[in-house]
Ligand binder design. Structure first.
Ligand code: GDP
Ligand code: ZN
Length: 453
């Protein structure tokens, strides 16, 4: 490929695949209309049609007419991406849309990568990072809560919040910064205390926004939860109970859940991505060993672990080993409460240093709602779900770094250290706001977005 990434014309179907009245294929990049004109036959070519005006015509291939279409071109910078771009509206059947897209690809467009239109919009300054995150959140929103979070970022509320924080930081550090240039002057003690309080206050607000960003990510991407525990404790039964449909194999023979079985269920607006893992125990069987290996991987990559325990039989060595080695956050599901939970278990788990536990019955569903509530609550700091916003991981990380710098600044003994750390905090906040984003950074931001759009 010789052309630069933004010079090439990208194309993608912008409407969902399926049967619909119309299907829209979007193209972006200089020469979009020329690409369309290679396969478009109308009263005049799209290139000589005024921009933002629909032109009726036909899309053709060597075999003849593909479809009757409407085509439109947009002139930079007044387009979604800020580049010259075009749209072809064809009929919305799966096959016809596919054929029209193929014709445009053959005419010189390249298939767009996930999120590439939005990425270009950001790169060309048409949209800021926060709104872009809002767009993706809107597209991927599974629940009312997720759409609310996306809307806050899309409409600029989140960006304004960051701008206000930045202004606040600038205002509280203006005087100390000025004083640094005049070493003969000193900051009165009262002012110094006020500065420390202000820095801590800003740090708190930044952390709060970061948590709400994490909540937004969870709303949009879901929380990965692994069901772990030794064989026969009821992991598969619990998964089935959680999704209320038989997606996992339930069987009384130990070690038979040899593969991970996944299911997603939305609880309080949050998609919970549940992974049932093979029972973890010492085994020589190669197939079972593979399952155990993958279960261990799932334990590490999941965001929360549900340790399933059989409360109707005494704790075994394996249970205790899992209980102590489990990565946090984790919850214990003390299963088979319908058979009666042994006092031994309660004595063991009813201690402040242990992970929270729930008496449940996968068989009749007792306690399962409470477990689901807690799975969601564990993950969200107080209030973060209600005020969730769409942000990219990079933005959340930058907000946290900024807060960290401010906390250090507030604790610093010397004024120059405080000022220096506060200015670093401002840079991190700037990064969260999408200042100085390089192409590499945009690549990683958009490629790391779950599933991608
Ligand atoms: P896994 O190996 O951990 O996935 O365990 P399974 O879900 O396959 O369950 C093992 C056995 O325990 C099956 O016979 C289930 O019917 C039974 N079982 C699971 N949960 C419960 C429960 O809450 N109460 C009772 N009484 N039996 C259960
Ligand atoms: Zn199982």
């Amino acid at each position: 490929m010789t052309s630069l990434a933004h010079e090439d014309v990208i194309a993608a179907v912008s409407t969902p695949w399926g049967e619909g009245g119309i299907g829209i294929i979007r193209l972006s990049g200089r020469g979009s209309a020329q690409v369309v004109d290679k396969v478009f036959r109308g009263r005049s070519p799209l290139c000589s049609t005024p921009p933002w005006t629909m032109r009726h015509g036909h899309l053709v291939s060597e075999d003849g007419i593909l479809d009757e279409v409407l085509a439109v071109r947009f002139e930079a910078p007044r387009s979604y991406t800020g580049e010259d771009s075009a749209e072809v509206h064809c009929h919305g059947g799966i096959l016809v849309v596919q054929r029209c897209l193929n014709a445009l690809i053959n005419a010189g467009a390249r298939l767009a990568e996930p999120g590439e239109f939005t990425r270009r919009a950001v790169q060309n300054g048409r949209m800021d990072l926060t709104s872009a995150s809002g767009v993706l959140g809107m597209i991927r929103g599974y629940s009312d809560e997720a759409l609310k979070a996306a809307s806050r970022s899309l409409t600029g509320t989140t960006r304004r919040e960051m701008e206000e924080l930045l202004q606040y930081l600038i205002s509280i550090t203006a005087l100390p910064e000025a004083l640094l240039d005049h070493p003969e002057e000193e900051l009165p003690d009262l002012e110094l205390e006020r500065l420390r309080t202000g820095l801590m206050d800003a740090a708190g607000r930044l952390r709060d926004l970061a948590y709400r960003g994490e909540a937004g990510m969870a709303l949009s991407c879901g929380i990965r939860a692994a069901l772990v525990g030794r064989p026969n404790v009821g992991k598969s039964s619990l998964l089935n109970r959680l999704v209320r449909e038989a997606k996992a194999i339930v069987t009384p023979i130990p070690g038979t859940t040899r593969d991970l079985v996944e299911a997603a269920v939305i609880h309080k607006g949050v998609p919970l991505k549940l992974v049932d893992t093979a029972g973890i125990r010492d085994s020589q069987d190669p197939v079972e060993m593979l399952g155990i290996q993958r279960a261990k991987e799932a334990m590490v990559t999941s965001q929360i672990r549900i340790l399933v325990l059989d409360g109707s039989t005494p704790p075994s060595q394996e249970d205790l080993k899992l209980l102590t080695s489990l990565e946090k956050p984790a919850l214990a599901a003390l299963n088979k409460s319908d058979k009666g939970i042994l006092q031994e278990w309660l004595d063991l788990l009813d201690r402040p240093q242990e992970i929270p536990y729930f008496e449940i019955s996968a068989l009749n569903g007792d306690g399962v709602e409470e477990l689901k509530d807690r799975m969601v609550e564990t993950f969200f700091s107080r209030g973060s779900l209600e005020g969730a916003v769409s942000l990219f991981r990079h933005q959340v990380d930058s907000l946290k770094r900024s807060a960290q710098c401010l906390e250090e600044a507030a604790g610093a003994s010397f004024l120059d250290a405080m000022v220096h750390l506060a200015s670093r905090a401002r840079q991190h906040l700037g990064a969260a706001m999408g200042r100085d984003t390089t192409e590499e950074l945009l690549d990683s931001i958009f490629s790391n977005f779950c599933i991608g759009k």
